[in-house]
Design a protein around this ligand. Sequence first.
Ligand code: ATP
Ligand code: MG
Length: 211
Amino acid sequence: RLAAGEHQGRWRLGVMGGTFDPIHHGHLVAASEVGARFDLDEVVFVPTGRPWQKADKQVSEAEDRYLMTVIATASNPRFSVSRVDIDRPGDTYTVDTLRDLRRLRGPETSLFFITGADALSQILTWRGSEELFDLAHFVGVSRPGVDLDQRDISHLPADKVTLLEIPAMAISSTACRERQASGLPLWYLVPDGIVQYITKRGLYRDAVSHP
Ligand code: ATP
Ligand code: MG
């Protein structure tokens, strides 16, 4: 196992896309675990612009989701946040995210797209799915309630997709929003600064429908 920065020049960059409405410890554990197992130099969190999968749902302001992501990741020197998706007009597609990061970070960067098992199984419905595997390696992480089954990815190129069991965190943003709306505590499900930011900004006061 190599220490950080010993990869003969190539920068190993994890990409954690998400709505992050709000960011929670499930996201952070996933990023940290993939970072360790894949010897990543950095994991960049990329809050979505308008998520087309959630077009019918009420989603918080991009600026609130961006700031929460910054707050939650600020103390980890290997975590960073990118605005590429929230600054790009229109719906967010993963292929655009990866193209932008490839262009910004240059050819000496290897991209590892981190995604939960639920999102990975939809991968072929994504726009530009043929190009996705040229741009990045895909890491599908386990998520409580979602089967991490080899059969589900048998149609994807085997050398481009890895499934990884991570410590189980039965947390979703939907559950966090619903808990906040019904007055249940968010402490220990999200970082302390996120509890405080949600209160300060008055987010999720109304119940939000389940995705
Ligand atoms: P929502 O309930 O609003 O859909 P979410 O908790 O699923 O929110 P997203 O922002 O949709 O969070 O997820 C971003 C990425 O993080 C997705 O790839 C998702 O599969 C993954 N992810 C979210 N929660 C977990 C978790 N608890 N464990 C592992 N992966 C997770
Ligand atoms: Mg989700």
